[in-house]
Design a protein around this ligand. Structure first.
Ligand SMILES: Cc1cc2nc3c(=O)[nH]c(=O)nc-3n(C[C@H](O)[C@H](O)[C@H](O)COP(=O)(O)OP(=O)(O)OC[C@H]3O[C@@H](n4cnc5c(N)ncnc54)[C@H](O)[C@@H]3O)c2cc1C
Length: 708
C-alpha cells in the first residue's frame, strides 16, 4: 500500500478552519502579518466558499449593534447575553465582540452582501440584535474577501487537521499542526509559531432524532465534528462550560429556524390542545428568578417550559404560521401579501432549504397549515445561545486581571488562540461575532509571534509518530477487510460509523440526550464511567448503578433542557447538574472536561471534582455574572464605545504570564446600571485596524433583487 507523502509547510500564524471565525482570522492575520513580514496560512478541511455552518447561507445576521444609528450600545448587548444565558457568560469577551462587530458587518456590505434596507438606509431589523440579509451567498462573499487577503499560496483546502504540535522545549507552547488530505495520500505538517483554532462546534455527539436513512439531518452543521475541542483539549488547553448543551426549538425534520416567525411575524407556538405553554407554564419561571423574571425569557427557560409540556403529554407542538400570516394578510393589498409570503419562504430558502423543500413536497401552505416544532438533539457550540469552548485570555483594557494573560483570545496554551465556536463563556456571537472574534484572535496571534524571540521546535520523531497514527487505521483496514464478507462486520475493527453510533447511544442515555428528556445527574454520569471499569469499583461509588447498562433508580434532577444543566438555578438533591457531561474517554489526554485543576481523575477512571475547588463553569457563573466586568477599567479610557471599532493602532500587549492559579475576583466591581451607563471603551491595543486601512476583496459587488 502506498505510504502517504509528507509535505512540510512553514508559516508564522496558522489558522485552522475556514468558516466564519477562520475567515475573520485569515483576513485580519493577513493584514498584520504583512506589516511584520510574516507568513499567515489557513487550512480548511472542505472548500472555504461553502464550508462550515454558514455554507447553506443565512437569512439574518444575528449580532449587530447599530451603533452608528444609536440603536444599541455594547453594554446593552452584554446585559442581554447575561440574561439569556442565565449568567453563563464572560462579560469582557461579550463586550469585546459587541464593540467591534458592527465594523465587520459593514465590511460584509462593502464586499457585496445584500441587506434588507429601510427607506432611510438602515438595516431592517428582525429583532433587537438581528438584521435581515439576502444571505444565500453570505459564505462565498466572506470567503472571497478572506482568501483575497491571505493569498492563494497560503490556502490549504481539503486538509483535515487532526493534531496540534507542541514545542519540544516547552510543553505548554504550540508549534503547529498536522493534517491529512481528504483527496490524496498526503499528510501535511504545518510548522507555526502561533495557531488560531477555528473549526466550528460539535454535532452528532448525541443521538439525533433522525437516524438510519435520515442520519445527518440535524440543525447545526453536520460537518462540524468537534475538532476545535479535540485539538485544544489534547494540546492541554483549559476548557469551560463543556456541559452547556445547545438545544433549539426548530421546525420538525426540516429544522427551519423559528426566529423570524417569532420576531417578525409575531407567531406563537401552541400545543396539540391549542394552549400556549409559555402562558400556561408562566408560573414555572418564578422558580428560576432572577432570570425567570426577565424579558426576553432566557432560551433555556423557554425550552424548559416546552419540555414540561411535552412530558405532561400536551404535544405535539405547532408553530401557528397559519394564524400569524392570516393576521398579517388582513386588509393588505395583493402586492403586500406577496411580499410577506416571499419573505416567509426566503427565510428558509436562504438558510435551511430543507424546510422549504419539506413544505413544497408536502404541499404545505404555511398560511393555511401550521407546522410541527420540537426540541432538537443537543449540540456543542460556543457561538450560539451556548457557552462551551476554551477558557481564553480577555481583552486587556476591560478584562479583570485574572482573566487575561497577555494576548486577547489566547488559550492557556502559549501561542494557541481560539475563535467562534471554539471560545467558551461568550455566546451569542453568531456568524458576525464569530468572524469578529476571528479578527481579534488573528491580530493577537501576530502580536504574540512578533514578541517571541525564538521559533518553537518540533521533534522529527513526533511528526513521524503522529503521521504513523494517522495512517494506521487505513493500513489496519486494508489488512483485515477481507476477514469477513461485510466490511462493516469484522472481528478486527469497528468502522468509524459504528463508533459514532455507540457514542450517540451513550450520550443519549447517560448524558442528557432527548431519550433522557435532556436530564443529567451525578449517578447517571458515574454510572456511565463505572461501566468502563470493574463492577467492584462501580459498587465502591455511592451511586445506584446496578451493573452494565442498568442504571438504578437515582432520582432525576428538575428537568434540565438545553443549557439548563449549567445555567439554571440548582435545587437540593443528590443530582448535580454541573458535573461534566463529556464522558471520560473524550478527555483522556487533556484536562478533564470543563475544569483545569478542579477535577481530578482517580485511578478508577471517574472524574471527581475536588471539594475545595470550583470548575470553570462555576467560576464563570459566579464571576461572570456579577464581578467579571470591571467598569472602572472601561471608564478610565474615556473613549466612546461607538468609536471603538475604528480606533487605530497595533500595539503589542504586555507579556504577562497568567498566574499559576486563579482565584475568584472577589474584589472586582459588580455591575451596576450606573456602571453601564458610564462605561466607555477602549484602549488601542484591542482595537481592530482602522476602517481606512481595510483591504477590500477583489470581488465585484454583488446585487440581488429584493425579496419583493
Ligand atoms: C442552520 C443554522 C442557522 C444559523 N443561523 C444564523 C443566523 O441566522 N444568523 C447568524 O448570525 N448566525 C447563524 N448561525 C450561526 C453561525 O453559523 C455560527 O455561529 C458560525 O458559523 C460559527 O462560526 P465558526 O467559524 O466557529 O464555525 P463554522 O463557520 O462552522 O466554521 C468551522 C470551519 O472549520 C472547518 N473545520 C472543521 N474541522 C476541521 C478540521 N479538523 N480541519 C480543518 N478544518 C476544519 C469547517 O469545515 C468549517 O469551515 C446559524 C448556524 C446554523 C447551522
Amino acid at each position: 500500500m502506498q505510504r502517504p507523502e509528507l509535505e512540510v509547510v512553514d508559516c508564522d500564524v496558522l489558522v485552522v478552519g475556514g468558516g466564519m471565525a477562520g475567515c475573520g482570522a485569515s483576513y485580519e492575520t493577513a493584514y498584520w502579518a504583512k506589516q511584520h513580514g510574516l507568513r499567515a496560512v489557513v487550512v480548511e478541511k472542505a472548500a472555504m466558499e461553502r464550508s462550515g455552518a454558514v455554507a447553506m447561507g443565512l437569512s439574518a445576521i444575528n449580532c449587530y449593534m447599530g451603533m452608528k444609528w444609536g440603536e444599541n450600545k455594547p453594554e446593552d448587548f452584554v446585559r442581554y447575553v447575561r440574561n439569556d444565558l442565565m449568567g453563563i457568560s464572560r462579560e469582557d469577551l461579550v463586550y469585546d465582540i459587541a464593540r467591534h462587530v458592527d465594523a465587520s458587518v459593514h465590511m460584509f456590505e462593502d464586499w457585496g452582501l445584500p441587506f434588507f434596507k429601510t427607506a432611510d438606509g438602515r438595516y431592517v431589523r428582525e429583532g433587537r440584535w438581528q438584521v435581515m440579509i439576502h444571505g444565500e451567498s453570505y459564505k462565498p462573499i466572506v470567503a472571497e474577501a478572506a482568501k483575497a487577503a491571505i493569498g492563494e499560496d497560503n490556502i490549504y483546502q481539503r486538509v483535515f487537521v487532526c493534531h496540534l504540535l507542541k514545542d519540544k522545549n516547552d510543553p505548554n507552547r504550540v508549534a503547529g499542526a498536522i493534517g491529512f488530505s481528504t483527496r490524496d495520500p498526503k499528510i501535511y505538517v504545518f510548522k507555526a509559531r502561533a495557531v488560531v483554532c477555528a473549526c466550528g462546534g460539535a454535532t452528532n455527539v448525541w443521538r439525533p432524532h433522525a437516524v438510519g436513512e435520515g442520519l445527518g439531518r440535524i440543525w447545526y452543521s453536520v460537518f462540524n465534528t468537534g475538532s476545535v475541542y479535540k485539538l485544544m483539549i489534547n494540546a492541554g488547553a483549559e476548557m469551560t462550560s463543556m456541559e452547556h448543551r445547545l438545544v433549539q426549538t426548530r421546525f420538525k425534520d426540516g429544522y427551519g429556524p423559528v426566529g423570524m416567525w417569532f420576531l417578525l411575524f409575531k407567531s406563537v407556538i401552541k400545543n396539540a390542545f391549542g394552549e400556549r405553554y409559555d402562558e400556561t407554564r408562566d408560573d414555572e419561571l418564578k422558580n428560576w428568578l432572577p432570570y425567570g423574571g426577565k424579558i426576553p425569557v432566557p432560551t433555556p427557560l423557554r425550552n424548559h417550559q416546552m419540555l414540561l409540556d411535552i412530558k405532561a403529554g400536551r404535544g405535539p407542538h405547532y408553530m401557528r404560521t397559519d394564524e400569524a400570516l392570516q393576521r398579517m394578510y388582513a386588509g393588505q393589498t395583493v402586492e403586500k401579501i406577496r411580499q410577506i409570503e416571499s419573505e416567509a419562504w426566503e427565510d428558509f430558502l436562504d438558510m435551511t432549504m430543507s424546510q422549504a423543500l419539506l413544505w413544497a413536497s408536502h404541499n404545505i401552505d404555511p398560511a393555511e397549515t401550521p407546522s410541527e416544532v420540537y426540541l432538537t438533539e443537543p449540540y456543542l457550540m460556543g457561538s450560539h445561545a451556548t457557552g462551551c469552548g476554551a477558557w481564553v485570555s480577555g481583552p486587556e483594557d476591560v478584562a479583570p486581571k485574572e482573566y487575561q494573560w497577555g494576548y486577547n483570545r489566547m488559550t492557556t496554551v502559549d501561542g494557541l488562540f481560539a475563535a467562534g465556536d471554539g471560545v467558551g463563556a461568550s455566546g451569542h456571537k453568531f456568524s458576525s461575532g464569530s468572524f469578529t472574534e476571528g479578527r481579534l484572535a488573528g491580530k493577537s496571534a501576530v502580536a504574540y509571534v512578533v514578541d517571541q524571540a525564538a521559533a518553537p521546535q518540533v521533534e522529527q520523531d513526533e511528526i513521524e509518530s503522529v503521521a504513523a497514527r494517522i495512517w494506521r487505521p487505513i493500513e489496519h483496514f486494508e489488512k483485515h477487510r477481507s476477514a469477513s464478507t461485510r466490511e462493516d462486520l469484522n472481528p478486527h475493527y469497528l468502522l468509524p460509523k459504528m463508533g459514532l453510533l455507540r457514542l450517540q447511544k451513550i450520550m443519549d442515555e447517560y448524558v442528557g440526550g432527548p431519550g433522557a428528556y435532556y436530564m443529567i445527574n451525578g449517578p447517571l454520569l458515574t454510572c456511565r464511567a463505572s461501566r468502563r471499569t470493574s463492577e467492584s469499583s462501580a459498587r465502591a461509588t455511592s451511586t445506584t448503578c446496578s451493573g452494565a447498562g442498568n442504571c438504578g433508580t437515582a432520582p432525576f434532577p428538575p428537568s434540565a433542557t438545553s443549557s439548563m444543566s449549567s445555567s439554571g438555578k440548582r435545587r437540593a438533591g443528590p443530582a448535580t447538574t454541573t458535573t461534566p457531561t463529556i464522558p471520560s474517554s473524550t478527555t483522556r489526554t487533556g484536562k478533564c472536561s470543563s475544569t483545569r485543576a478542579a477535577i481530578r481523575r482517580p485511578a478508577n477512571g471517574r472524574c471527581r471534582r475536588s471539594p475545595s475547588s470550583r470548575c470553570a463553569t462555576e467560576r464563570t457563573r459566579a464571576e461572570g455574572t456579577a464581578q467579571c466586568w470591571n467598569p472602572n477599567i472601561a471608564r478610565s479610557t474615556g473613549r466612546s464605545s461607538s468609536s471603538a471599532a475604528a480606533s487605530p493602532g497595533f500595539r503589542r500587549p504586555s507579556r504577562r504570564r497568567r498566574p499559576a492559579t486563579r482565584s475568584p475576583s472577589s474584589s472586582a466591581t459588580p455591575i451596576s446600571a450606573a456602571g453601564w451607563r458610564n462605561s466607555t471603551s477602549t484602549s488601542r491595543n484591542c482595537a481592530l485596524r482602522p476602517a481606512g486601512l481595510r483591504s477590500t476583496s477583489s470581488g465585484s459587488r454583488r446585487t440581488r433583487a429584493s425579496a419583493s
